[in-house]
Design a protein around this ligand. Structure first.
Ligand code: NOJ
Length: 763
């Protein structure tokens, strides 16, 4: 479909309708003849012993078993259906050979791995990919990840992570697409399609896993694994749609989440994994638990012992047990005692076998052991990683210092712990990424301005100041400050080490770690222009640093090719186009802060008295009564969707074809977008709506479409978007997905906080 997009760049109308199709109706992955597969599954299951069935439902990690003969014996005996974390093609083939030749029924293994943002060639973390607002790039990046990973024998990835998060304290915000349901859905679908490709049985297709089902990103207090309290309507309106979109796009597997929602751990929640996933959505792949989450239902206090945990999970609809060993140790007895019916086990096994059949594992179980030599770090993979990094970077402020003009610089100071650290720029979840493949910003700047560049030679002074993000070394800061005094411009690379975000790595304080803020302050005292580049896994609270900097670029951990991308942006060979996929708070005390919140009865007005202006002994009601913090107002530092360019854009003539529509109509929107600045650039035009009233209160704004629009300097394009009114449906008071009648406001703008609204009516 994206090939189609490319060929039809002009046709905005088509694009909008197609995106709706992408999210709501298409099933693009071609499955092998379903009937044949179902017959083969039936035949196979009828030959299986109960023990062999339970074996298929058991997934183990090779971490615990390197070269261990009991694994080989267990595979031979049909007691393992899937292995995760085996990435050596020779070992994969050996294990597969045992499964095929030495087990009674010769059922192939399914090899899984966390391939989250690339396998060897590392792309920006998913939060950075979301900042591109470019699903084509995300799909192509996922394809690259699949090509590399499958050449190592991996046919199943535990990605995409579709957890909406409104809390940057939560370390796993790095792994998702941010706070918005629509953006997450679009990006999730792109990843599923990229991993799985056009034909799942192709050796380079990798089954996707939509995770974590569901609500995991709403962990209380932003502390990982914590309980969530999401009522059904919020689940259906905000947290479930990305999963539904992924299932519609053909995602072959779904992983349950660690959290308990309103007291029910997801791994034991039949309403979610059976009623919604299977019955409402018609999901035909399989459900895997998260790591040990079957067993952890005991720790939650939801199950008394492993047998009860296994029973609850399988009856909820969890087909495969990842690393609890609860199915393999308890299920046989449970069936014998009649506590779990063999029919339930059969269903689970069929779901698992269906995925193995669709992946073509029965016909084509082995990986070509030489293939990885061609796929890992292929030049076109590195080029795509660079393109993704380029589009993922967000320009947050600029007084005109950027882009830097190398002709005007004699001495450039490059400083900060993230300037030359190939490992830390990769971000979280890079089991297979390699530090020495990274090109760091320092290396890229040296290359760009060095002798071979043909440009004027710039003297580049590198003084890291700090060795790593939590470092507090004052002497290093002083050395950088001294170097700053003789520089013409200073680029400071600060941020977060990879280990500070990702699973279990939450923070209560989102200020820059260690002495990094002092480093910026110290070099700023030189009076020279300071460009700050933040390389991090989440939004940080950076008001002070933004104020100190002449320009501020935000790069969510950008991956292998982060350095060249940043260097191109800094020196104007490329123009920033990334937009924030998540709101940046001023201070952690504002969290949760997100753009698509409901309206209170007393919304913030923007002119409220702030803490320092409150008269001593002011009267109780003298400040007015609105919802805000006396010390931090109610506005974020940077809103969702925000991002600057080296040029500027103007939105004019926003018009709709009618003033009132019926529920099955399509609205035609037109607007003129002009590049009003001096350089070419790409704008991410965003469409937001608000229902003025509803049977339940509705968010003050919701993103429902976006498009990246490239424009030459001075160019104006008239853009037409067609939006089915059906896209405005939401789960209403009766818990039905409905387009309600009433007044709607609509904005087309460059971020979630600007633009004039246009009104229309749904009758
Ligand atoms: C636990 C994580 O929550 C999940 O995302 C991951 O896929 C599994 N471990 C497997 O590594």
């Amino acid at each position: 479909m994206y090939v189609f997009f490319k060929k039809n760049k002009r046709k905005g109308r088509l694009l909008m309708v197609l995106t709706a199709c992408l999210l709501y109706s298409c099933t693009p992955t071609v499955h092998r003849q379903d009937k044949e597969v179902e017959k083969a599954i039936e035949r196979l299951v009828s030959q299986m012993t109960l023990e062999e069935k339970i074996g298929q439902m058991n997934q183990i990690s090779s971490f615990n078993t390197p070269g261990n003969s009991w694994v080989e014996d267990a595979v031979k005996d049909g007691r393992i259906g899937s292995i995760l974390n085996e990435v050596d093609p020779v070992r994969v083939n050996n294990l597969q050979k045992i499964a095929l030749d030495s087990s009674r029924l010769g059922i192939p293994l399914l090899i899984g791995r966390d391939v989250i943002h690339g396998f060897k060639t590392i792309f920006p973390i998913p939060l950075g990919l979301a900042a591109t607002f470019n699903p084509r790039l995300v799909e192509e990046g996922a394809r690259v990840a699949a090509i590399e990973a499958t050449s190592a024998g991996v046919r199943w990835t535990f990605s995409p992570m579709l957890d909406i998060s409104r809390d940057p304290r939560w370390g796993r915000i790095a792994e998702g697409f941010g706070e918005d349901t629509y953006l997450t859905s679009v990006m999730g679908v792109a990843m599923v399609k990229g991993y799985q490709g056009q034909d799942l049985s192709h050796p380079s297709a990798m089954a996707a896993c939509a995770k974590h089902f569901v609500g995991y990103g709403a962990a209380e207090g932003g502390r990982d694994y914590n309980s969530t309290y999401l009522p059904e309507r919020l689940l259906r309106n905000v947290y479930l749609p990305p999963f539904h979109a992924a299932v519609r796009a053909g995602a072959m597997t779904v992983m349950t989440s660690f959290n308990d929602n309103d007291g029910i751990p997801s791994t034991g929640n039949r309403w979610l994994t059976h009623n919604i996933l299977r019955e409402e959505w018609g999901f035909s792949g399989f459900v895997v638990s998260d790591w040990a989450s079957v067993h952890e239902m005991i720790t939650h206090g939801f199950a008394a012992h492993p047998a009860e945990a296994a029973r609850l999970a399988v009856q909820a609809g969890v087909d495969m047990d990842m690393m609890s060993f609860a199915y393999v140790s308890e299920m046989e007895q449970l069936v014998k005692e009649g506590k779990v019916s063999e029919k339930t086990v059969n269903k689970a096994v069929k779901n698992i076998l269906r995925v193995k059949f669709r992946l073509g594992l029965f016909e084509n179980p082995y990986v070509n052991e030489e293939l990885h030599k061609e796929t890992f770090y292929a030049p076109e993979h590195l080029a795509l990683a660079k393109e993704s990094a380029l589009e993922s970077v967000v320009l947050l402020s600029n007084d005109g210092t950027l882009p830097l003009d190398a002709e005007k610089i004699n001495t450039l100071l490059v400083t900060g712990p993230m300037a030359d650290d190939g490992y830390e720029q990769l971000g979280t979840w890079v089991f297979d990424g390699e530090e020495n493949a990274s090109v760091t910003p320092l290396a890229a700047i040296q290359e760009k301005l060095g002798e071979s560049s043909g440009r004027k030679r710039v003297r580049i002074v590198y003084e890291p100041g700090l060795k790593y993000s939590r470092d507090n070394d004052n002497a290093g800061i002083q050395r950088a400050a001294a170097a700053a005094r003789s520089a013409d411009a200073i680029i400071v690379f600060v941020g977060e080490e990879s280990i500070l975000s990702g699973e279990a790595h939450c923070l209560a304080d989102l200020n820059l770690q260690g002495g990094q803020s002092r480093l910026i302050q110290a070099v700023k005292e030189s009076g020279k222009p300071v460009i700050t580049v933040i390389v991090a896994g989440r939004p940080l609270t950076i008001k002070k640093e933004a104020d100190l900097s002449n320009a501020l670029l935000y790069s969510f951990h950008p991956g292998t090719m982060g350095g060249p991308a940043l260097a191109d942006l800094l020196f104007g060979d490329e123009v920033p186009s990334g937009k924030l996929p998540v709101t940046f708070p001023v201070t952690t005390g504002q969290i949760p802060i997100y753009y698509n919140h409901n309206s209170t009865g007393r919304p913030y007005q923007g002119n409220e008295t702030s803490l320092e202006n409150i008269p001593v002994r002011a009267g109780q009601t003298s400040l007015g009564n609105t919802g805000f913090y006396l010390d931090a107002g109610a506005q974020p530092l940077f809103p969702f969707g925000y991002g600057l360019s080296y040029t500027t854009f103007a939105y004019t003539n926003i018009r709709i074809d009618k003033v009132s529509y019926r529920q099955h109509d399509t609205i035609t929107l037109n607007f003129d977008l002009t590049n009003t600045g001096k350089s070419a650039g790409t704008e991410v035009a965003q469409l937001y709506v608000r229902h003025k009233t509803g049977s339940v209160t509705r968010p003050i704004k919701e993103l429902i479409f976006f498009e990246r629009i490239p424009l030459e300097s001075g160019q104006t394009r008239t853009i037409t978007w067609n939006m089915p009114i059906q896209n405005l449906a939401f789960w209403n008071l009766e818990m039905k997905e409905t387009v309600e009648t009433g007044q709607v406001e609509l904005w087309i703008a460059g971020d979630s906080a600007s633009g004039e609204s246009v009104r229309f009516e749904i009758n």
